[in-house]
Design a protein around this ligand. Structure first.
Ligand code: URA
Length: 434
């Protein structure tokens, strides 16, 4: 007879579990027959002993099957993307319309912000009237018409992850490569896309702090996708500074729109083109270079912007926001931050920026708290820029009850200075599973 006690003991001694044991654990935990304290002990044992590739795949598949497995039934290739979580990461809002405007469907189920990192669903909800709670039929109908849709995850999508993620969050067991891999990939496999591009963030603002761990996670996720018969690539991108020049919900949507109008900051455009090109390549649209050209053309021609407007309207939002940013909720308070010294900006601490944005009201401090869509940070200068003492570095915005003076002061401290101009590529590596 299988017992949870034996399964925990095996993992504690780094003994490989059988497929049946993993299936039994996931089913038992979801049904409630295995209590949180035993699941927590097992998760901690995994953090110390890890899981083999086979165990990771078994765990991912068992989790994916714990809820609905979507059959999209669309008449063309469906591409999905997933970011492992970052600060200022508004890429989905740009990549999805680019790819959709190149005749590849993007049925995207996205998450909300987590800790100091933002979430696409929260960003989109800053558009007046926009709805992310679409039932399945409406979701598919928007995808068919606009080529893409973005909806929140339904309650029946991977209930095993919902339960395990909350437990991991409370038991310091989030940062384990096989656990992150199974959490992300179970959701991606259950949503039924033919091709998946993973944006694996590396740096102080990401879960993976160094390249070695990021590569391990990326390889594990690509392998699991392949074993499940899906096309998959991982793009490793820098998260040592926020992506683009804005952090915060409506500020990021506006930056995404500006990028689709051809006015995007270089770092954001680089990441967006790499992700879009990989999605198009998986869809069989051509070589890496041809797909990058196609993505650039969709961006520069305004075709992708038109797609975004179409999708906003179909999901109940006001598409006029594209031309009139005053339609977004405006921040009641703002404060400017000035350089305290001369020099060349050599770094902008990413995690600290995310936490300051959270303190301004742009994220949730508890699971239940409301988001202030107007809150956030707009940088006037970035890494590599030369500044003089007194130059404007950034503006902080909020409509919430918070200490805006303290936030502005702290933001001045996220900048570091050097004497040499540095410009680093944001796309570090692409791991192609196909
Ligand atoms: N994102 C997820 O969905 N799961 C993790 O475990 C980490 C990041």
């Amino acid at each position: 007879m299988m017992t949870m006690y034996d399964i925990i003991t095996k993992k504690k001694h780094n003994v490989e579990l059988t497929t049946e044991e993993i299936n039994w654990f996931v089913a038992g935990y979801v049904s409630g027959s295995i209590p949180d304290y035993q699941a927590s002990a097992w998760l901690m044992a995994v953090c110390f002993s890890s899981l083999s590739d086979r165990e990771t795949t078994d765990l991912t598949m068992a989790m994916a099957r714990s809820g609905d497995m979507f059959e999209l039934g669309l008449d063309g290739f469906c591409a999905d993307k997933h970011s492992t979580g970052g600060v200022g990461d508004k890429t989905t809002l740009i990549v999805a319309p680019i790819v959709a405007s190149c005749s590849v469907y993007v049925p995207k189920m996205s998450g909300r912000g987590l800790g100091h990192t933002g979430g696409t669903i929260d960003k989109l909800e800053s558009i007046p009237g926009f709805s992310t709670s679409l039932d399945y039929d409406r979701f598919i109908s928007v995808v068919k018409k606009a080529g893409f849709a973005v909806a929140g995850q339904t309650g029946t999508l991977v209930p095993a992850d919902k339960k395990l993620y909350a437990l991991r969050n409370a038991t310091a067991t989030v940062d384990s490569i096989p656990l992150i891999c199974s959490s992300i990939m179970s959701k991606k496999l259950a949503t039924g896309a033919d091709g998946i591009v993973l944006d694996v963030k590396v740096g102080d603002g990401a879960f993976m702090k160094n390249m070695e761990d990021a590569e391990k996670l990326a390889e594990a996720m690509v392998r699991v996708a392949q074993l499940a018969g899906r096309k998959c690539s991982a793009v490793l991108t820098d998260m040592n500074m926020p992506l683009g020049l804005t952090v915060g919900n409506s500020l990021e949507v506006i930056e995404a729109i500006e990028t689709l109008k051809g006015n995007g900051p270089a770092d954001l455009v680089e990441v967006v083109i790499a992700l879009s090109a990989e999605m198009l390549r998986l869809a069989g649209k051509g070589s890496e270079q041809e797909c990058a050209e196609m993505a650039r053309d969709a961006l520069n021609s305004g075709r992708a912007l038109a797609k975004l407007a179409e999708m906003i309207e179909l999901q109940g939002g006001d598409p006029q926001v594209i031309n009139d940013y005053s339609l977004f909720k405006q921040a009641e308070f703002k404060q400017e931050v000035y350089a305290e010294q001369d020099g060349i900006i050599s770094g902008i601490s990413c995690e600290k920026t995310g936490l300051i944005s959270l303190s301004l009201g742009a994220g949730r401090k508890t699971k239940e708290s409301d988001i202030d869509f107007s809150a956030g940070i707009r940088f006037a200068r970035t890494v590599g820029d030369e500044v003089r003492k007194g130059d404007l570095l950034a503006t902080v915005y909020t409509s919430s009850e918070c200490d805006i003076n303290a936030a502005a002061k702290e933001l001045a401290g996220v900048f570091s200075y050097g004497t040499e101009k540095i410009s680093e590529k944001k796309v570090k590596k692409i791991i192609k599973g196909y």
